[in-house]
Design a protein around this ligand. Structure first.
Ligand SMILES: Cc1cc2nc3c(=O)[nH]c(=O)nc-3n(C[C@H](O)[C@H](O)[C@H](O)COP(=O)(O)OP(=O)(O)OC[C@H]3O[C@@H](n4cnc5c(N)ncnc54)[C@H](O)[C@@H]3O)c2cc1C
Length: 594
């Protein structure tokens, strides 16, 4: 196993890769040559062999690895980061899988026909029907498989509406699930290597994604108080039992990792993929750096790339995405720099959806961007463009809001940044990020230019550089909508989805309240994202395809390293993790079956 074999530069094909990819490839080859020169001899690859090599330990990679191992394949996971879990560990871990056993047991009236018509309407013709069907047909089996082969259990996110509940087959009461609470002690020392969550849960509380809606309302709604108390009670009970309670993405990643530990699958941290090894058109392994040494890991049966998106690659974002864009507004895992996508491209993979991302309006706070959910939709806030004019239904799905920001962004009508405007009444009622109602916002938000505050709407307009009369007119018009309960401009509150993060006590429309109580606040809004959604083109079996539609033998991709089955859209909470896990599962099963 530790045999050294003489090195050759990793074999790659060159059909179609961009200049950027070729340059990156040359840099890798250059690295080999430099090492060679320094050593005065050809570098030696430690020669290791597995049935399946999985690249990345996120949602796609760990699900694929668990499946491969349980199908009897000798499997290894290589992970670039010093931690496991990727963005999945950072996430809320909502999982959108229609017709899974958890929601059916909870009485959700889902059917395969409803799911198929809904997904088809959401996705349109951007993604072949066969892939949509493969996702819907295998998602439920994947969830059952994970529950049987790991400590993970799931719960229905009751009431978290599909994002387009009015489409045929849409579910106003939701069909998303999230992981149940897990005791981190099951991982032993490995727990220390779990990638931390994006925003840590306050000590002593155990919070589910589905609680968040109510926590934002805890100052104004008895159910909010009840849920806060439940979070505390769960935390206290876990502490008394000596547990290290995990929820959301922490639970998901820890649970999958525990499954891998039990199945004996090694996860090699600090082991980045450098390139794929291609022999005679077939992918036969990966070249990685391990302990500072370039290592070839041969894959007898296949390589599954689950190395996430390219949200942290400035070069790829500049090449494929609309301006303005950078790497500062994403909340995705920092190691997700598109390495697997570039390696696939060098091996001949076609790429899809590279212009798109799992977008969402974000506030560029000084420590890290803040991905806004409830803050953008609760009553008493509006989103305006650089002309001080509303431009979107603030309660619309987050990807849609950012698509509008890019679509409408011109010099005459700037939409990036946009501005979230709220009043003190809103601040008195709702949690904002982790700042409780009534409490002052951190000074650093103001000094960094992410937030502004003024005694009047006009003064606020002046501070953020939008026309004061226009902003005043916008607020006045919106306040009229709040009184009648009808947003005749953008129909905020018409959809059940809009009303998920709303305030039931505000009437006649729980999404609309007037902005009237000074001071007024403005928050800078930029196109943030949870990660990118473009990557290698794959078929219904997660096999990677060339531009001509032929399969690259031995190469599979899942998750954000592949073009999303959701196309340019987003079906409901969990539309990235649900498919990532499902296509990881499919890829491993395909290898085992073939
Ligand atoms: C704060 C936050 C909240 C979110 N909430 C949700 C949610 O509730 N529901 C939902 O569906 N989605 C959510 N997402 C998005 C979701 O987490 C990602 O889309 C999903 O995890 C993608 O899965 P993946 O397996 O493709 O990538 P990841 O989970 O990011 O895993 C990719 C892994 O590959 C590794 N890697 C990268 N390059 C290499 C390399 N060269 N060699 C080896 N390894 C490499 C990375 O380090 C990482 O560990 C959220 C994301 C964030 C950041």
């Amino acid at each position: 196993m530790a045999d050294s074999t003489p090195a050759t530069a990793p074999a790659t094909t060159t059909d179609g890769p961009s200049r950027r990819t070729l340059l990156r490839g040359a840099a890798i080859a250059g690295g080999v040559l430099m090492t060679e020169a320094a050593l005065g001899r050809a570098p030696a690859y430690a020669d290791v062999e597995y049935d399946v090599v999985i690249v990345g330990s996120g949602a796609a990679g760990m699900t694929a690895a668990l499946t491969a191992a349980k199908r009897g394949l000798q499997t290894v996971v290589i992970e670039k980061a010093p931690t496991f879990g990727g963005s999945a560990a950072r996430s809320g871990a909502g999982i959108w899988i229609p017709n899974n056993e958890v929601i059916l047991a909870a009485g959700v009236p889902d059917t395969p026909a409803k799911a198929a018509s809904y997904l088809a309407r959401v996705v349109g013709d951007t993604v072949p029907v066969a892939r949509q069907q493969a996702f819907l047909a295998n998602g439920p089996a994947m969830i059952s498989f994970v529950m049987r082969n790991s400590p993970l259990r799931f719960r229905w996110m009751e009431g978290y509406s599909d994002y387009y509940p009015d489409f045929p087959g849409g579910m106003p009461n939701g069909r998303s699930i999230e992981p149940d609470q897990l005791d981190g002690n099951i991982l032993g020392a490995e727990l220390a290597r779990l990638n931390p969550s994006y925003i840590p849960t306050p000590a002593g509380l155990v919070v589910f994604s589905a609680d968040y809606k109510w926590l934002t309302l805890s100052a104004v709604n008895p159910k909010g108080l009840e849920v806060s108390a439940a979070c505390l009670a769960r935390g206290t009970a876990a502490a008394l039992r000596g547990e290290k309670p995990l929820t959301m993405g922490q639970s998901l990643a820890a649970g999958l990792r525990a499954g891998l530990l039990a199945a004996g699958v090694p996860v090699w941290l600090n082991t980045p993929l450098l390139d794929l090894r291609v022999e005679g058109g077939r992918v036969t392994g990966v070249v990685v750096t391990r302990n500072g040494v370039e290592t070839l890991i041969k894959a007898r049966r296949g390589v599954i790339v689950g190395s996430g998106g390219f949200e942290h690659s400035a070069a790829m974002r500049a090449e494929f995405q609309r301006q303005p864009i950078g790497t500062g507004w994403t909340v995705g895992a920092k190691e997700n720099t598109g390495d697997g996508i570039e390696a696939g491209e060098r091996a001949g993979a076609a790429l899809d959806l590279m212009d798109d991302a799992w977008w969402g309006p974000a506030i560029p706070l000084p420590d890290q961007p803040y991905f806004c959910l409830a803050e953008r939709t609760l009553p008493g806030c509006i989103l305006v463009n650089g002309n001080g004019v509303r431009f979107v239904n603030e309660g619309a799905p987050y990807s849609d809001v950012v698509h509008v920001m890019y679509d409408r962004n011109t010099a005459a009508s700037p939409h990036i940044p946009a501005w979230l405007i709220v009043d003190q009444n809103y601040r008195n009622r709702y949690l904002f990020k982790d700042v409780a109602p009534l409490l002052p916002l951190p000074d650093s938000w103001f000094t960094s230019g992410a937030a502004f505050k003024a005694a009047t709407v006009e003064q606020l307009a002046q501070k953020i550089g939008v026309p004061a009369a226009a902003l005043r007119a916008t607020v006045t018009r919106f306040n009229g909508f709040a009184l009648t309960g009808k947003d005749t401009d953008f129909h905020r509150g018409d959809s059940v989805y809009d009303r998920y993060y709303a305030d039931p006590f505000v009437q006649p429309n729980p999404c609309l309240a007037p902005l009237w109580l000074p001071p007024f606040y403005a928050f800078k809004i930029v196109p943030g994202d949870l990660g990118t959604k473009g990557g290698m083109r794959t078929d219904a079996r997660a096999r990677v395809l060339r531009v001509d539609g032929s399969v690259i033998p031995g190469l599979y991709a899942a998750g954000n390293a592949s073009g999303a089955v959701m196309g340019h859209s987003y079906a409901g909470a969990g539309s990235t993790i649900g498919p990532a896990m499902t296509f990881g599962y499919l890829a491993a099963n395909d290898i085992a079956d073939s």
